[in-house]
Structures are given as C-alpha cells and as structure tokens.
Design a protein around this ligand. Structure first.
Ligand code: GDP
Ligand code: MG
Length: 377
C-alpha cells in the first residue's frame, strides 16, 4: 500500500452526500466538515457534494459523482478523499476501487483528529479502543484487498487463518483496553466521591466545539488550558479549582460537541461524557458572535437530552461578546434573558459570571473558611 511519506500536508478532495435531514443548515455543515479536515492536517483542494434523498448502497454518492471524483484526483494529483458521511465497509471498498485513492469516512476522520490530540492516558486509551472497534468489522475487507493483489493458490487457507488470528488479537486488545479504561474510571469515581464528601460542587463546561470553553476556563481560573482555532483542541477532561469569594468549585472542561457526533464514538467516549453526570451544574457556553448561535444552542440541548442530562441545572453564558454588535446582543438577550454575557478574551463579564455561578450553586457551595471557623467554635 502506498504511504504518504512525502513532506507537507495531504491534499484532499472533500466529498459527500447532503441528506435533507441536517440539523443546522448546509453551509454550516460544510464549514464544520472543512474545519474538521484542516484540524486533521489536510489541505482541502476540491469539493464534490451531491444532494440525495438517501445513500447509494454501493457508493453512498451517485456513480457519476464517483467518476468525477476519480477524474479530479487524477487531474489535480490528490491522494485522499475525505467523506462527509459514514461509509459501510463495502461502500468504502467500492470507492477505493473506482478512485484508486484512500477513502476516509467521517468516523475515521474524527478519530484521526482525536488521535492527534489525545494527551492523557485515558484519552489515548479511548482513542485506541474506538479505532480498533472501527477496524474490526472492516478487517475482512482489508484482507480481501490483499488477497486480490496476491490471489490464487496458497493465499486462501493461510489468509483465512491469519485473518482469524488478527481478529482474535484485536479482540483481546479491545478487552484489555476496556478493562484499563474501567480502572481509570473507577479511580476518577473515587476522586469525585471525595470531592462530593468535601462538598465542593462540580461545574462542567459544555457547548459546541470552538465556543470558547477552554478560554473561559482559563479566564475563570488563570489556568492554561490549550486553546486553538481547531476542533477538539481539548479531548481530555481537565479539572480546575475556582474560588468564588468564600467558596470554591471544581470546573471541568470536556470534549466539545459536534453535529451528528457518530454514535460509536459517543460510546467510546462514554467515560468522558459520564463526567457530566457527576456535575452539579452545567455551564453551557454559546459563541454569541456566530451567526447560527441559537441553532448551535439547540443542537447542544438535543445532545444533552440524548445523554439524559436534560434535568441538570444549566447556567447559560454567551461568550465572545467583544465580537458582537449591538443588534446581535439585543437579539440574543431577548432570546436568552437569563444568560450571562462574557468575553473570555477581554475579561468582560467574567466577574458577573462568577457571581451568577455562586448564586446558582448557593446551596452547594461550601462555606469556606467562615463555615470552618463556625464549626470549630
Ligand atoms: P472550545 O473548543 O470551546 O474549548 O474553544 P476555545 O476556548 O479553544 O476557543 C476557540 C477560539 O475562540 C479560539 O481561537 C479563542 O481564542 C476564541 N475565543 C474564545 N473566547 C473568545 C472571546 O471571548 N472573544 C473572542 N473574540 N474570541 C474568543
Ligand atoms: Mg476546548
């Protein structure tokens, strides 16, 4: 198989099918896809999308479009096709055969971004687990590709055995990863229980990716979380302590949400998302400067409902107020009267946000030193 050892970035075709169902509008879907591609380090050099009512069973996209993609790859010398959608193993194989290029579907693309970003042990374990789960049902397709190249006498029997052996090896690695992740999770549970006993409330940042969650965590705590104009700059759960005059809280930064988050990935990142379950309050961060901010807000609320978190108390905060003009501010204030407007960059509204956090949490916030003194009387 050809490997891309050439220096520089991979130039790619962005392709896919636009179904009628997209929650946000089309432009947003495509912009998000492009950001995802550049986050993976690719250089989008051409685009071919098709409106369809449903996927073509053999190629996902129409046969005519497949030919267009193949021609584009040849003419512009592009190595890879990134697909907006998830593909079945068969669709992926057919597309590879027709275009003679590497085909990367949506889940594989997101996994690639995750793999490049994961830094903690738990993050890395989760990525590897998700990658192996993704690979397993595709294993026979990969073996078939090899035997097509070699083929004939001598490849069949041993090929099968090796396929079986590979499958077993992967399955046992999956088991091992699952048990390691479980251990990490139990360890974290113990930590959380300790915090609960000490009555320190836990606030979890949620929101669309790029809304400014990590920046806000920094603004509230002075911590240095990794901030970047990239999707999933933070994959790993991060916890920081914040003092709210007299009390303290723990603030956790979690993975950003994305439209149509592939369900198999949601399963792999269950541990990270489960952290939200432990929170006493969700701090929902909305990028107010984004033209679709209210749609994003609704998309996040939908995901929270999917995770059975709709009952959790939520404090809404509209970030990037420094980038909003007065008319937009008025509109959003009308739509979200209870939201606190902040700018993680200029610090505007951050003190007000701390007060709002304190008020919302007032039953839970530990009384701090005063309570301590009172108790020791
Ligand atoms: P996250 O994905 O939600 O964690 O978002 P980040 O904190 O990584 O921020 C995404 C981008 O938005 C970065 O380029 C930040 O510098 C920028 N950003 C965050 N907060 C603000 C803000 O209040 N104002 C402006 N103008 N930019 C912001
Ligand atoms: Mg972040």
């Amino acid at each position: 198989m050809s490997t891309d050892t050439k220096k520089g970035k991979e130039r790619v075709v962005l392709a896919g099918v636009l179904l009628p169902k997209y929650r946000l509008d089309e432009e947003e879907t495509l912009a998000e896809f492009e950001t995802l591609a550049t986050s993976a380090g690719a250089v989008p050099s051409a685009k071919i999308f098709q409106h369809r009512q449903s996927f073509d069973p053999a190629f996902a996209i129409g046969k005519g479009k497949v030919e267009e993609i193949a021609a584009l790859c040849r003419d512009k010398k592009l190595d890879t096709v990134l697909f907006l959608n998830d593909l079945s193993a068969v669709q992926q194989r057919n597309l590879e055969k027709e275009t003679k290029r590497k085909i990367v579907d949506r889940t594989a693309l997101i996994l690639d971004v995750f793999a490049q970003r994961a830094r903690t042990k738990e993050g890395k374990l989760q990525v590897e687990l998700a990658q192996l789960r993704y690979l397993l049902p595709r294993l026979s397709e990969i073996w078939e590709k090899f035997s097509r190249l070699g083929g004939g006498i001598g490849t069949r029997g041993p090929g099968e055995t090796r396929l079986e052996a590979d499958r077993r090896r992967i399955q046992s690695r999956i088991k091992k990863l699952e048990s390691e992740i479980e251990k990490v999770r139990q360890h974290r549970n113990v930590l959380f229980q300790g915090r609960k006993k000490r009555n320190i409330p836990i606030v979890s940042l949620v929101g669309y990716t790029n809304a400014g969650k990590s920046s806000l965590l920094n603004a509230l705590t002075g911590a240095k979380a990794y901030v970047a104009e990239q999707f999933f700059a933070t994959l790993d759960p991060l916890v920081r302590q914040v003092r709210l005059d007299g009390g303290e809280i723990l603030l956790t930064d979690t993975v950003g949400f994305l439209q149509d988050f592939p369900p198999q990935l949601a399963a792999a990142f269950r541990a990270t998302l489960e952290e939200l379950d432990e929170a006493d309050l969700l701090l929902h961060v909305v990028d107010g400067s984004h033209p679709q901010s209210l749609k994003y807000l609704a998309a996040v609320q939908e995901i929270l409902a999917d995770l059975h978190l709709e009952e959790k108390p939520v404090l809404l905060t509209v970030n990037k107020v420094d980038k909003m003009d007065d008319e937009v501010k008025r509109e959003i204030r009308e739509a979200l009267p209870s939201a606190v407007f902040v700018s993680a960059v200029t610090g505007e509204g951050v003190e007000e946000l701390k007060r709002a956090l304190k008020n919302t949490l007032q039953h839970a916030v530990r009384e701090g030193e005063n309570a301590h003194e009172a108790r020791s009387d």
